[in-house]
Design a binder for this molecule. Structure first.
Ligand SMILES: NC(=O)C1=CN([C@@H]2O[C@H](COP(=O)(O)OP(=O)(O)OC[C@H]3O[C@@H](n4cnc5c(N)ncnc54)[C@H](OP(=O)(O)O)[C@@H]3O)[C@@H](O)[C@H]2O)C=CC1
Ligand SMILES: O=C(CO)COP(=O)(O)O
Length: 316
């Protein structure tokens, strides 16, 4: 069974490097001229792409594989799917992005299924920095697919000696965990950046986890999924590591510093999407609401903390 990865950013390239241990992999990007010369992705400098990775810019070549991983930013996913008019009925599409689409409110598998209703869809998510995967450091992820037989096949196909995949059929829970932890990471970064301390971060992580679990349960997700790698696991990594880009954006907001807009930060658009969903569903998502306002420049970190702390006292 052959594998292609669409998107040669940090994560797509890291997955290609890791999966090349198992056999040939195709890695697709819009512009591959520099990568063919250097055998490196500009988004993952210093990590060589092995010869077993076939780097291509022809989308049709990449779409010949049986299993196709989509590793581009969430807000670009529906645009890429619109470009694909090849029928993919016999393929498995594995979303590797984390977020909620601003236009439709769908998660990554929802976008894939809407574009290609006959394809099998799955999501690969959980705590992992691209550079760790590319370096072969031990990493555990969740592979969620509603059809367990397909999930089992993909789980084996995408596991390597250092990349261990756990399987789930709770696609909704897995993708909401990955999407929402980014929002919480921005909030935690902002608290640390503003000098509010580790206790404030612990409070935000815990109340953020409660917000994630409450929302996911309302969407039909299982609580144990939120407590697993794709929820709590990724929340812990992203809210505590300086390597997280979401956390770094939060730090910059808290310190009132400029942040490079070309860096992929999924949590900002996801917070906005969640804010809209909260209004439509009547669910209370106070941290998502605060992060949406903060990242759009409508409030300061001081305003946000004052708002969160002045909410009515309640039971835990
Ligand atoms: N980096 C990480 O550690 C991890 C990332 N992820 C997730 O993976 C997803 C991708 O992130 P990451 O790889 O880090 O992002 P990067 O910023 O490193 O790379 C994004 C890549 O997507 C490409 N791209 C953007 N828009 C399009 C488009 N319309 N069509 C085709 N290609 C496009 C870019 O190509 P170009 O350079 O040509 O613009 C670039 O190569 C995100 O959802 C992220 O949350 C998940 C786990 C870990
Ligand atoms: O998703 C990630 C870790 O699991 C990467 O986090 P950032 O996108 O915040 O860098």
């Amino acid at each position: 069974m052959s594998i292609s990865i669409l998107g040669a950013g940090a994560f797509g390239t890291a997955l290609a490097i890791s999966l090349a241990q198992n056999g040939p992999v195709t890695l697709w990007a819009r512009d591959v001229s520099a990568m063919l010369e250097t055998r490196e992705s500009p988004r993952l400098p210093g990590l060589k792409i092995p010869d077993a990775v076939h780097i291509v810019s022809d989308l049709d070549v990449a779409l010949e594989a049986d299993t196709i991983l989509l590793s581009i930013p969430m807000q670009r996913l529906s645009g890429l799917m619109d470009r694909i008019d090849t029928p993919l009925a016999d393929k498995t599409l594995v979303a590797c992005c984390k977020g909620v689409d601003l236009r439709t409110g769908l998660g990554p598998t929802g976008i894939l299924q809407a574009a290609k209703p006959d394809a099998s869809v799955a999501i690969l998510t959980g705590p992992s920095f691209a550079a760790d995967i590319a370096r072969g450091l031990p990493t555990a992820l969740t592979l969620a697919c509603a059809v367990d037989a397909v999930g089992k096949r993909v789980q084996h196909q995408l596991s390597t000696p250092s990349l261990r995949l756990y399987r789930s059929t709770d696609v909704v829970g897995a993708e909401l965990g990955g999407a929402l932890k980014n929002v919480m990471a921005i909030a935690c970064g902002a608290a640390i950046g503003a000098g509010l301390g580790d206790s404030a971060r612990a409070a935000l992580m815990t109340r953020g986890f409660a917000e994630m679990t409450r929302f996911a349960a309302a969407q039909g997700a299982r609580p144990e999924t939120m407590a697993g790698l794709s929820g709590l696991g990724d929340l812990a990594l992203t809210c505590t590591s300086d390597l997280s880009r979401n956390y770094q954006l939060g730090l910059a907001l808290g310190r009132k510093e400029i942040f490079d807009p070309s860096v992929t930060v999924e949590g900002a658009a996801t917070a906005q999407a969640m804010d809209r969903i909260a209004i439509d569903t009547g669910l209370s998502l106070p941290i998502c609401h605060a992060v949406a306002a903060l990242t759009q420049g409508r409030v300061t970190v001081d305003d946000v903390m004052a708002q969160l702390l002045s909410r009515p006292l309640k039971e835990e």
